[in-house]
Design a protein around this ligand. Structure first.
Ligand SMILES: *Cc1c(COP(=O)(O)O)cnc(C)c1O
Length: 461
């Protein structure tokens, strides 16, 4: 039996510039969370020690990206940085035509308005909030065709973002291909906990949709993380580079929307990329109305340059292995401590099972909201609720929607925190878990009508 010596590995960069974070006392945090109405979205960032609210726009750029900012060509039309970005997208993703946008939802708006007619059906691997809203605003209806395993938090399927081909085929037969402008495929699926789709499944989806003349539009916000999981888990891909896997994923689709604030390592930006010249023509026309001229689309020249460089860095093996590795490190550490989390651990965050961590709270006492507040109070770590508060109310009955999952998301920004920060986070969650009986539930004292999780205020019951 060969005995492998254990080798530690560390972040594949060294730190050139630091941004101090403020450590606070328990008393200061008590005051801050009361003032925030026990809602972590309403905390001021200066009162937060380790900020795991989201991985969106929170990445640390590299020295090369910062140097790229200085190369910004802020010409109104025909900026050099646009051509660099266009060439990078063609090389790394293989899509022919680029329309830059200020962030992901703007690209979703444009493609939805162009491709969806009133009464259309858009099947997809679980919804994402902004994607679905834009499909609905264009007159379409989103229909979830993800495999059933995706809805089960303890099912360890390695590719929980896979499409259920039977469900998709039934929809095509029921509504007819003419009612389905495209299938919406996300790599990875955020709402399922950062879970990947396999290339085997995507190829089968391509075959089925081609047979019926249906396009595939790719939400490629976390495509590098998805490709990393394929390399690690899918047979036949261990020797392929993440860069090649990313390009193969894109080659099976007809166009893409991208929120560059996630995998592409910039703080703002996005794009729409397509292969069809006619769609490109319409998109280029529309972007002028909503975003800006087609060679900047709502982005500064310098931001397009940083994005072009970020795309190249995002598919480097050392980077993506460390990025996903850090999330797995935190998830495994919490598992070893006995803390209940969603499995398998996703690519961009760890999801805590608040129902199991605070079993004494009823769901109307808002366990996930209470847990997020308790973790902040313990250590200054900021997380986000994904439970009954996020699920909102039933518009007919006015009652709370009670989702199966009551989760707290610890989302890890890219290249921002070290393994030592992850240790602090895990120890804090463990401490709250061990003293769980001390955590009281919360009740609403203010509730806005839309997306209430952002602005609601609470009080202990
Ligand atoms: C963030 C995100 C979007 C929306 O992008 P924005 O840049 O926030 O507008 C779309 N899809 C997925 C999967 C996302 O995570």
């Amino acid at each position: 039996m060969s005995k492998e010596r254990k080798r530690s590995w560390a972040e594949p960069y060294k730190i050139k510039m630091v941004e101090p974070v403020r450590m606070t006392t328990h008393q200061e945090r008590q005051k801050a969370i009361e003032e925030a109405g026990y809602n972590t979205f309403l905390l001021r960032s200066r009162d937060v020690y380790i900020d795991l609210l989201t991985d969106s726009g929170t990445s640390a750029m590299s020295d090369r990206q910062w140097a790229g900012l200085m190369m910004g060509d802020e010409s109104y039309a025909g900026s050099e940085n646009f051509y660099h970005l266009e060439e990078t997208i063609q090389n790394y993703y293989g899509y022919k035509y680029l329309v830059p946008t200020h962030q992901g939802r703007a690209a979703e708006h444009i493609i939805s308005q162009i491709m969806i007619k009133k009464g259309d059906i858009i099947p997809g691997n679980m919804y994402f909030t902004t994607t679905k809203v834009h499909q609905e605003l264009a007159g379409g209806t989103f229909m979830d065709v993800i495999i059933d395993e995706a809805h089960d938090p303890v099912n360890e399927h390695p590719f929980k973002a896979n499409i259920d081909l039977d469900k998709l085929e039934k929809l095509i037969l029921k509504y007819g291909a003419h009612k389905i402008p495209y299938v919406s495929i996300a790599t990875t699926v955020n709402m399922a906990g950062g879970q990947p789709i396999s290339l085997e499944n995507l190829k089968a989806v391509r075959e089925l949709t081609s047979k019926h003349g249906i396009k595939i539009i790719h939400d490629m916000t976390r495509v590098a993380e998805n490709a990393y999981f394929i390399k690690e888990r899918e047979e036949g891909y261990a020797e392929k580079s993440v860069r090649d896997i990313v390009k193969e994923i894109c080659s099976l689709t007809d166009g893409a929307t991208m929120s560059a604030k996630k995998d592409a390592l910039v703080n703002i930006g996005g794009f729409l990329a397509v292969n069809d010249e006619e769609i490109f023509d319409k998109a280029r026309n529309m972007v002028v109305i909503y975003e800006g001229l087609h060679t900047y689309g709502g982005m500064a020249g310098r931001d397009m340059e940083a994005l072009a460089i970020g795309i190249k860095e995002s598919v480097e093996y050392d980077h993506i292995r460390a990025r996903v590795g850090q999330v797995l490190y935190l998830g495994n550490k919490l598992t070893d401590m006995g803390v209940p989390i969603v499995k398998p651990i996703g690519s961009h965050g760890v999801f805590l099972d608040a129902k199991k961590i605070l079993p004494h709270l009823k769901q109307n006492e808002l366990p996930a909201q209470s847990l997020a507040a308790a973790i902040y109070l313990d250590s200054g770590v900021r997380a986000m609720e994904r439970g009954v508060v996020s699920a909102g109310r039933n518009p007919q009955t006015g009652e709370h929607n009670y989702p199966k999952l009551e989760l707290v998301r610890l989302t890890i920004p890219r290249r921002v925190y070290t393994q030592a920060h992850m240790d602090v986070v895990a120890e804090s969650v463990e401490a709250v878990f061990q003293n769980n009986s001390k955590v009281s539930g919360l009740k609403f004292v203010y509730e806005p009508k839309y997306l209430r999780f952002f602005q609601s205020r609470f009080e202990p019951v």
